[in-house]
Ligand binder design. Structure first.
Ligand code: M6R
Length: 610
């Protein structure tokens, strides 16, 4: 989704801005642009398409400016084109802004400004904000005041950065519901919506809070609230390195991230898995340990892949701890008036920690006085900051739009939470030790599956012509079927659906013919024989069966046209293994079809709008 970079310091700003925009490309966007203050004047360039198209537009032009702002836009108001791209200027052309989020009352403000004689070139909500800032600047002749007053009139969400030739040495940035991070270098500052645009220059950062504003010059920065009250800022250190946001020899980030999973699974467990005690230690949950002890019911809320992880979490927690769990899409939860009782705990799962629907669900749960926990990847993100306590998954930056390593790490954390809660209840130490040992063995097992990637590439070649796929699984592997289907449709644009295997006969079976590949997740578990019957039903209608089966299950070869083996593990841990071939299958099919794997059409990495 939209991305912001701003720079003030001793370097040529344009280089830092273009570099930053490239680092933000993974978020998904449709146009890009920048403004500099060059020789006391605002200079702006913007272009529909990729950052590389913007660079072509510059055609070797040189700018000496040391201050500027830039943006990648993911269209919300107005189609993706050059005019709607950011930055947007006020009517004088002396104030330029870039904005993430949505100004909900933009139409009212626009009308009000039009009646005063102001004009608009674009269809965006952002231009309304820039013109509004211009209006207040004319009144107060003070940029900071103009920005503050304008933002106080705005309903909705924003991460915003502003420069002006009236006060050419400063960037003003502010946030409400959309992240802004200030990177603190030596005599230089980078402001961005995402740490990946900053890490190359400095690891020291400060995160703005909601309704906070920062005024940055090359000599320092000052934070305050939008209502002009001083705030203090906490300096934090970014923990990932540059290599984590580079492809490191892989053709795509998605493939790199799939192959990182042995490591990321281990990282999720590091210092947390107590094998000898058959338990888990989760420091981030210590503040709510009493609440966990007394919890009567858990509600898990999330979107997309994180929601699939939540469904597996439901099975895990109910099985290991006997605590009732409900899972709900965050977009539904936030508007549905959910019932939250005194001893309920709400868990929000999010890779980015910025998903607007999940964040709103967290806020709704907090409003209802629930204890809210987060399972989040991005350190310092909005959901991580809004929740009462939580566990970071520590998967490192996930750049590919299709979530892969975050999913398996979320599952590891959910398993650790279940272990912890289970041991507080009736789960014996013996059972705990068994589970802990199996968790410990996962990285090696994932490695083994990855060594078989070539088989998946061959299968992908054969099946990439199919226009529809069905994914079927049962029990713990039903959500894996949903996830496999989501992966495929996201990056290859092939229609795919996931179902519990036994539901097939209630409708989807009508689709089965010789052109329909059906991917069964059929490990050796207590419902294996039931799944075999479902496979028979597909075969008898000439559907083409691809099976994910447990190593040693030679019998499966009689049932399926293709069999992909995964190592044996406990049923509750199979999703962490069975999803890997599905990620690879989706990846190789998308590559086969020539799709843009890391930045699929219409998708954004973190969905910061409703
Ligand atoms: O950052 P989050 O985990 O909150 O994101 C939720 C979904 O937007 C995300 O999982 C999306 O479905 C991915 N593109 C899936 O690959």
């Amino acid at each position: 989704m939209c991305g912001i970079v701003g720079y003030v310091g001793h370097r040529r700003a344009l280089n830092v801005l273009i570099n930053g925009l490239q680092r933000l490309e993974y978020r998904g966007y449709d146009s890009a642009g920048f403004s500099l203050i060059e020789n006391g004047k605002i200079v702006s360039y913007k272009k529909q398409g990729k950052v590389s198209d913007l660079v072509v537009l510059l055609n070797g032009l040189e700018f000496k400016s040391n201050i500027g702002i830039a943006h990648t836009r993911w269209a919300t108001h107005g189609e993706p084109n050059d005019i709607n791209a950011h930055p947007h200027l006020d009517n004088s052309g002396n104030i330029s802004i870039v904005h993430n989020g949505i100004i909900e009352n933009y139409a009212t403000l626009k009308l009000w400004l039009k009646e005063k004689g102001y004009f608009f070139k674009s269809e965006t909500d952002t231009e309304v904000l820039s013109v509004l800032i211009g209006y207040f600047y004319e009144k107060f002749k003070d940029l900071e005041k103009a920005v503050r007053i304008a933002l106080s009139k705005v309903k909705g969400t924003f991460g915003v950065a502003v420069i002006s030739s009236y006060e050419p040495n400063k960037i003003i940035a502010a946030r409400r519901g959309s992240p802004i991070i200030v990177g603190i270098g030596e005599d230089e500052y980078i402001v961005a919506s995402d740490a990946s645009a900053i890490i190359q220059y400095t690891r020291q950062v400060t995160y703005l809070s909601d309704n906070e504003l920062v005024i940055i010059t090359k000599d320092g920065y000052q934070t305050k609230t939008i209502d002009n009250l001083p705030t203090s800022s906490d300096i934090q250190v970014l923990e990932f390195d540059l290599s984590k946001i580079e492809k490191g020899g892989f053709e795509h980030f998605m493939l790199k991230e799939i192959f990182e999973q042995p490591q990321t699974i281990q990282d999720a467990c590091r210092g947390r898995l107590l094998v000898d005690e058959g338990n888990a230690r989760l420091g981030g949950l210590l503040p709510v340990i009493d609440k966990l002890q007394n919890v009567d019911r858990i509600l898990i809320t999330a979107c997309g892949t994180s929601w699939h992880a939540a469904l597996i979490g439901e099975y895990l927690i109910e099985n290991l701890c006997g605590i009732p769990v409900e899972v709900e899409y965050a977009s539904e939860f936030r508007y549905r008036n959910p019932i939250i009782r005194q001893n309920d705990i709400v868990i929000a799962i999010s890779q980015s920690g910025e998903t607007a629907d999940t964040l709103a669900a967290v806020q709704e749960a907090k409003r209802k006085k629930a204890t809210v926990l987060g399972i989040v990847n991005v350190v310092g993100s909005s959901i991580a900051r809004e929740t009462d306590a939580g566990v970071y998954i520590h998967a490192g930056p996930e750049i590919g739009v299709a979530s892969t390593k975050a999913f398996t790490s979320q599952l590891v954390i959910l398993t650790l939470i279940s272990l912890l809660l289970g041991r507080m209840r009736s789960l014996s130490q013996e059972e705990g030790i068994l589970i802990a040992n199996e968790i410990k063995a996962l990285p090696e097992k994932v490695n083994k599956i990855l060594q078989n990637a070539e088989q998946l590439r061959q299968i992908a070649k054969e099946f990439s012509y199919s226009r529809n796929f069905l994914y079927l699984g049962r029990g713990y592997n039903f959500p894996v079927a949903l996830e496999g289907a989501l992966k495929l449709k996201e990056i290859s644009y092939i229609h795919a659906e996931g179902y519990p295997s036994a539901e097939m006969k209630h409708g989807p079976i009508a689709l089965i013919d010789e052109n329909m590949p059906v991917v069964f997740i059929a490990p050796k578990d207590p419902i294996y024989n039931k799944v075999l019957s479902n496979i028979e039903e597909v075969r008898s209608r000439r559907g083409r069966v691809i099976s994910i089966a447990t190593e040693g299950d030679e019998n499966m070869k009689k049932y399926a046209e293709k069999v992909i083996y995964i190592p044996e593990t406990l049923p509750m841990l199979t999703p962490i293994l069975s999803v890997i071939p599905l990620q690879l299958l989706a990846y190789y099919i998308a590559v086969e079809l020539g799709c843009n794997v890391d930045q699929p059409r219409n998708l954004a990495k973190s969905v910061t709008v409703e």
